[in-house]
Design a binder for this molecule. Sequence first.
Ligand SMILES: Nc1nc2c(ncn2[C@@H]2O[C@H](COP(=O)(O)OP(=O)(O)OP(=O)(O)O)[C@@H](O)[C@H]2O)c(=O)[nH]1
Ligand SMILES: [Zn+2]
Length: 275
Amino acid sequence: MKGVVVKVLAGVFTVRTKNGIYECTVRGKLKLDDYPVVGDFVTLEESNSHWVIKEILPRKNLLDRPRIANVDQLFIFMSSIAPEPNNYLIDRLSVLGEYWRLETVIGFNKTDLKKSDLADIYRSIGYKVFEFSLAKDQDLSEITNLLNGKTTVLAGPSGVGKTTFINKLLGEDRETAPVSEKTRRGRHTTRVVELLALPNSGYIADTPGFSRLDVFIDNSSQLADYFLETKGTTCRFQDCLHLKEPGCNVRENMPEIRYESYVKLLKEIEEMRPW
Ligand SMILES: Nc1nc2c(ncn2[C@@H]2O[C@H](COP(=O)(O)OP(=O)(O)OP(=O)(O)O)[C@@H](O)[C@H]2O)c(=O)[nH]1
Ligand SMILES: [Zn+2]
């Protein structure tokens, strides 16, 4: 039987299959690297009347912190106000999205309170940007269509409305947890990553901590490649970090606030280097 690991907690692997949810263990002693992670496609077999993960199918990708495999899409989730959107956070997340080759979309919630100042900038760069209000009875089908059939990670600061969004998406289709999980803390406080099955098809994961992810690009000259607006632009200078060189066309392709983030990220990466 095949399935997808939707949660890992205390050695119990929750696997969703066509026939329902199974709580599984792994076979014998595995090296830590061989353990299944959330998002893994696995095969199961029954052994002594309980279910065991027999095999992990090849991964398309593996994000770390949080560890989650086979991610298709990154949904950068902000609010236009309360809290104010943090463009530096958007930029580091968008860099991660490019680094992991994820489809990346950006959403600004709470447009009932304020129109987003940043939406047009990210649109001009080439990102798909949504502005919406979860407080209103707004049609979200454009967004839900984009989530269909994919595994999406939701990343954004606290208070922007991620939980409200997920509850709205799942609505009455929200699955109840298996009996043995009834004592778990609510999802609001839970700090483990969990894939939630969407009503049609696809999964979404709220990713606590994802926004804190370090940028782990070890060659600073590559950083600009992860800025979408520089795609297809080759700098006319060799070994250019696009900092001071007059006439650097990579720099010219970045909107000012993106360029500021680029410089800040570059500094962060250089400071992380042990040499
Ligand atoms: N005005 C307004 N308030 C909203 C909207 N969407 C959500 N909220 C409110 O914003 C607050 C935070 O929403 P949550 O869904 O808990 O935010 P979150 O991103 O999950 O935050 P954490 O759980 O801390 O990660 C709640 O009081 C929501 O009712 C909106 O579109 N407009
Ligand atoms: Zn340059």
